[in-house]
Each structure stands twice: as structure tokens, then as C-alpha cells.
Design a protein around this ligand. Structure first.
Ligand SMILES: [Zn+2]
Ligand SMILES: [Zn+2]
Length: 99
């Protein structure tokens, strides 16, 4: 997992921080690893929320929204709340934590 490079995403001082729930890097998103994107459950981590909380925060894909880039549709990396300062929605799950 560690060898896969993410491109086009700003680095952050806490990039190496790990999630206590799964021991994987906090700020990775589905772009770099299928681990952070569950097709079965339709959920994905928000790297920004995860970095803030110190463990992975998962949201339903609908909570991310889409963006268009050169005629193709992409999933947003951050949840709506992190991008637009909208009120946060309840996470679908949080690593190592029952909600
Ligand atoms: Zn985790
Ligand atoms: Zn977020």
C-alpha cells in the first residue's frame, strides 16, 4: 500500500499519521487505495475529517458529490462539509469506534 503515490493532492504535515482503528495512513483517500473505498457499502473516507479526528471517518458516497474535469465526472475527495463549510453529516462509520 505504501508504494502507491497519490498525485495532485496537497501534502500535509500529518500525512504519515496512522489511524488507530486500522493502522493505515489517515489522509489517504480512495484515489490511492481501494482500502479506503468500499464498493459493497458505498462508503469512502474523507481525508480532512479523518485528519482532524485522528482516525478514519467514512461517509456515504452521496455525501461527497461529484465534480466535472475535462468532460469526466470524478468523486470529490473531501466531503461536502469540508469543502463548503456545510454542517457535517453523520458519518457512516468511524474506524475503531462504534457509532
Ligand atoms: Zn482506519
Ligand atoms: Zn470531511
Amino acid at each position: 500500500m505504501k508504494e502507491i503515490k497519490e498525485t495532485g493532492i496537497a501534502t500535509h504535515p500529518n500525512d504519515e499519521a496512522q489511524c488507530p482503528g486500522c493502522q493505515e495512513q489517515l489522509r489517504k483517500s480512495m484515489k490511492s487505495s481501494a482500502l479506503f473505498y468500499s464498493v459493497e457499502e458505498d462508503i469512502k473516507t474523507c481525508p480532512e475529517c479523518s485528519g482532524r479526528l485522528g482516525r478514519h471517518v467514512w461517509y456515504h458516497l452521496d455525501d461527497f458529490g461529484k465534480r466535472m474535469f475535462q468532460g469526466k465526472e470524478y468523486m470529490q475527495t473531501w466531503c461536502r462539509a469540508c469543502r463548503n463549510s456545510e454542517p457535517p453529516v453523520a458519518p457512516a462509520k468511524v474506524c475503531g469506534q462504534d457509532i
